[in-house]
Design a protein. Structure first.
Length: 282
């Protein structure tokens, strides 16, 4: 079944990802990181299923390495645990900060991975096209050109693989493909000129229509964001790692943050339940 959250307007998707990624980076409090990481993990496997296992393992490797590196190089903190062979101290605070920082990196990587699935190339063009049409056109040319260039390079390599050294073969293939690219860009420019590009005001077309459900979801996301930002700005929530760990927590902030992070998961669960109910009535 398709991802229902991806079916919303690109503006909704963009605002959501800006919120969860920025908040994950700004707030290293363990509770918030755990909420964001758990929601990112569930949504990641909703989208990727078993195909995402390899990437997920890689994320855990990055998290573990990041967690280990901090106490090796940062020796701040009041609670001494032991000394390294180099004589440097290892503290509880540096270990916990390393774990939180590693989990934050892993959380951002998971959100970025799902973002690449939800905010596709055509959505990027739809977002940019309404504001900067020329930039949207340039992006569309680049997005179209890059895979064509790679494909042409592979074809050229297959034809020109005649027993030369690897360096000479690579240089020869690069030269031929670059020549092809330049000729192709001239053809593209001529085609655009023939179609009247630059002779009048450009218009923008998009398949995405902003509907009432998009407005409702944006209001939900903005309200959750506002609660979280206000709580942070008024210092009702926060964490300090050094010299000792001091945390400020707020129930309403957790509710708002859970409400924000769980949004795409809840939308998909709601749609799947609706689908099963309709299917059972057939």
């Amino acid at each position: 079944m398709k991802d229902e959250f991806a079916g919303f307007h690109p503006t909704v998707n963009f605002i959501f990802y800006i919120a969860v990624i920025v908040f994950a980076i700004l707030q290293l409090q363990p509770g918030f990181i755990a909420v964001s990481f758990l929601c990112a993990t569930v949504y990641f496997f909703m989208l990727k299923k078993t195909a995402g296992i390899k990437y997920y393992i890689g994320v855990w490797v990055v998290m573990i390495l990041s967690s280990i590196i901090n106490p090796l190089f940062s020796h701040k903190g009041a609670t001494l645990l032991f000394y390294l062979p180099t004589g440097n101290p290892v503290t509880t605070e540096s270990i916990i900060f390393g774990i939180c920082a590693g989990a934050m990196i892993g959380t951002v990587l998971l959100w970025l991975s799902t973002m690449s699935e939800v905010i596709t190339t055509d959505k990027v063009l739809a977002l940019v096209g309404g504001v900067i049409p020329t930039m949207a056109m340039l992006l569309s040319i680049v997005f179209r050109f890059v895979p064509k260039y790679i494909s042409q390079m592979k074809k050229t390599k297959e034809v020109n693989d005649e027993g030369r050294s690897k360096i000479r073969t690579a240089a020869h293939v690069f030269s031929i493909t670059t020549t092809w690219a330049l000729e192709n860009s001239v053809d593209t420019a001529d085609s655009m000129r023939a179609r009247g590009y630059g002779t009048g005001r450009r218009t923008n077309y998009t398949n995405y229509k902003f509907t009432l459900r998009d407005l409702i979801l944006i209001i939900w996301i903005v309200v959750m964001m506002a609660v979280f930002i206000i709580e942070m700005a008024t210092s009702r929530v926060g964490i300090s790692f050094y010299p000792t760990i001091v945390m400020k927590e707020s129930v309403i902030t957790y509710i708002a943050y859970i409400g924000l992070c769980i949004t795409p998961i809840a939308i998909n669960i709601k749609e799947r339940l609706r689908w099963h109910i309709l299917k059972s009535k057939i």
